[in-house]
Design a protein around this ligand. Structure first.
Ligand code: NAG
Ligand code: NAG
Length: 335
């Protein structure tokens, strides 16, 4: 950005018509197009009465919170008994056994790094599929076998992910006060546990939240966007600064603070944006990771050298996740 500006100045600022168009007018036109395009589409679509599919109806943006949810499956002693340093909290749909198996057979097996203990827990709501009773029975068996499921009594759906996050904060602040850090991490990513622990050994112990930080982003006003937020739910045209939801890390003191803030902040269904709003409410700034690229949001091809250095990356598929991890376990130089 800076070098673009100096280039512009050395070109004689706005004196030449061409540089004026490239550096001033085009960006402004683009911004107008983007903002107006986003703002107008909602009104426009409802004016012409375009049919909006189910997820775009009014009701779906209502997050059933605050509300008292309770745990059906719990592991109340796990953090204390195992003297956790960092707790990996993995939201996953009840029916997604394959994702849980993938985690349990890859990075979920890395429970000790140096002298630090890592704990892995899956976070579930109630199944809403057709044969939910059978699924619930299977889940009980799975829980007895692995002791790594937390299940709360809200419906598990995309538009309820904010509830899942709040329930996670409640669980951490109730049962896990002795741990130092927690990471919320998606089940379909590649996670480098050793690098995570090494970063945390040097990290602040309080008011600390890091990951892939988004500082300025325009709110999606196009109802077709996956992250659409209507104005009546959230009126500002910018999201607050927030840490992208595929993998964020925070010091355990924040679990209680964020849980309390969550009772007061108007909920939005986009869970990471909601945490951004709670951090803003608390007046606590987000921390950038020590190096750029440690939290990689767009899936990229496997590269042994690069994967050995990062903390988390999204992947194209569960198969990739498993293969990335396996390859990094094989001996030989990384780079
Ligand atoms: C849409 O949701 C808002 C906020 O929850 C509510 O005030 C409004 O009455 C709802 N509109 C309809 C048509 O249901
Ligand atoms: C979210 O969960 C609550 C509590 O179970 C339920 O009342 C609500 O319908 C769910 N919302 C969605 C969109 O699934």
């Amino acid at each position: 950005m800076f070098s673009l500006f100096s280039q512009w100045k050395s070109n004689g600022g706005c004196r030449s018509l061409r540089s004026c168009i490239i550096f001033i007018i085009l960006p402004i036109l683009f911004l107008c197009y983007y903002i107006l395009g986003n703002e107008i589409s909602e009104t426009w679509m409802s004016t012409v009465g375009l049919f909006l599919p189910e997820p775009f109806t009014n009701k779906s943006y209502y997050v059933a919170y605050p509300h008292k949810y309770s745990f059906i499956m719990n592991e109340p002693d796990k953090c204390q008994k195992e003297n956790a340093f960092v707790v990996l909290m993995i939201p996953v749909a009840p029916s997604n056994t394959a994702a849980r198996e993938a985690v349990r057979s890859t990075w979920g097996t890395e429970r000790i790094v140096g002298d630090k203990t890592v704990i892995v827990l899956f976070l579930l709501g109630l199944p809403i599929s057709q044969d939910n009773e059978r699924l619930q029975e299977d889940l009980l068996q799975e829980s007895e076998k692995y002791h790594d499921l937390l299940q709360s009594d809200f419906w598990d759906s995309y538009y309820n992910l904010t509830i899942k996050t709040i329930v996670m904060l409640e669980w951490l602040s109730t049962y896990c006060q002795n741990a130092f850090y927690a990471m919320k991490v998606d089940s379909d990513v590649f996670l480098n546990v050793k690098n995570l622990v090494n970063m945390l050994l040097l990290a602040p112990k309080q008011n600390y939240m890091t990951g892939r930080v988004s500082r300025i982003a325009l709110v999606k006003r196009n109802p077709r966007s996956k992250w659409y937020l209507p104005k009546r739910v959230y009126s500002s045209f910018l999201y607050p600064p927030y840490v992208l939801g595929f993998g964020y890390v925070f010091s355990l003191d924040l679990a209680r603070k964020l849980f309390e803030a969550a009772q007061l902040v108007k909920p939005v269904y986009i869970e990471d944006v909601f945490l951004g709003l709670c951090m803003k409410h608390l007046g606590i700034a987000l921390t950038n990771p020590p190096e750029k690229g440690l939290f990689n949001v767009f899936p990229v091809k496997y590269n042994r050298c690069r994967n050995s250095k990062l903390i988390v990356t999204t992947t194209q598929s569960l198969k990739d996740q498993v293969e990335f991890w396996r390859d990094l376990q094989t001996p030989g130089p990384y780079c």
